[in-house]
Design a protein around this ligand. Structure first.
Ligand code: GTB
Length: 217
């Protein structure tokens, strides 16, 4: 069955890998599943055909035969459950890996998204200078906890899993702010994720879309 995902026709980040299709590409690369990409414009994302698949008019989506999914957490979980390579065999270890997936999107990503909002959508508000440090401190609060849990380990719970894929994807959006580099072990953790061949292929593929250069993979 052919897998087709959607991605920005032109990502606002110019191909820095920050749009969420990169996580889905990474998961598919980790499990060795080929996929196609349907590029969509901002306008097309809000039209009925796309809204029928993604009720919030966003990317990425995932199509496989008669299955259509949205939400990166759900898509990565589906890929990880269908194909070996992203979840441990042991039932308890598997449940813990899924827990880290939820933690990434439910607990760590929200304050990071608040920062993007504060920087890019609320920069001109008179209260922004007061809010920004509060938002950054909330992120640091979470990263202090995550950093303490990771310690000197390579991954969050044993071998690399879908939980790490999601967590590293969430954290790497912080790099430009400088906050990630305040945490030596978390910066190294994200770098380990980015060094994986599957991540590199995913990154190059989305970059090729945004630069018009063919990807080597
Ligand atoms: N919770 C959903 C998921 O995890 O799948 C969130 C999906 C989402 O936010 N998609 C964004 C989108 O389609 C693209 S990734 N936005 C268009 C819209 O809502 O109209 C978010 C994103 C956008 C741009 C950058 N960037 O330029 O750096 C980074 C991330």
């Amino acid at each position: 069955m052919t897998i087709t995902i959607t991605a920005f026709e032109r990502s606002p980040d110019g191909g820095r890998g920050l749009a969420r299709d990169t996580r889905v590409r990474w998961a598919l690369e980790e499990v060795g599943q080929p996929y196609k990409v349907r590029l969509v414009s901002f306008r097309a994302m809000k039209e009925p055909a796309h809204l029928a698949v993604h009720p919030f008019g966003q990317i990425p989506t995932y199509d496989e035969g008669d299955l259509a999914l949205f939400e990166t957490g759900a898509i990565v979980l589906h890929v990880a459950q269908r194909h070996a390579g992203l979840l441990p065999e042991d039932a308890n270890a598997r449940a813990r890996a899924v827990t880290w997936m939820f933690a990434s999107v439910n607990t760590v990503e929200p304050p990071i998204l608040d920062l993007q909002t504060a920087l890019f959508l609320e920069g001109d508000k008179p209260w922004n200078a007061e809010r920004l440090p509060l938002v950054k401190d909330r992120i640091r609060g979470r990263l202090n906890q995550l950093s303490a849990r990771l310690g000197d380990a390579d991954w969050l719970d044993g071998a690399f899993s879908a939980g790490d894929l999601m967590m590293a994807s969430v954290l790497l959006r912080l790099r430009a702010s400088g906050i990630l580099d305040e945490y030596r072990n978390l910066a190294a953790y994200v770098a380990r994720g980015e060094a994986r061949p599957a991540y590199k292929r995913a990154f190059e593929a989305q970059l090729a879309v945004n630069t018009g250069k063919p990807s080597s993979g």
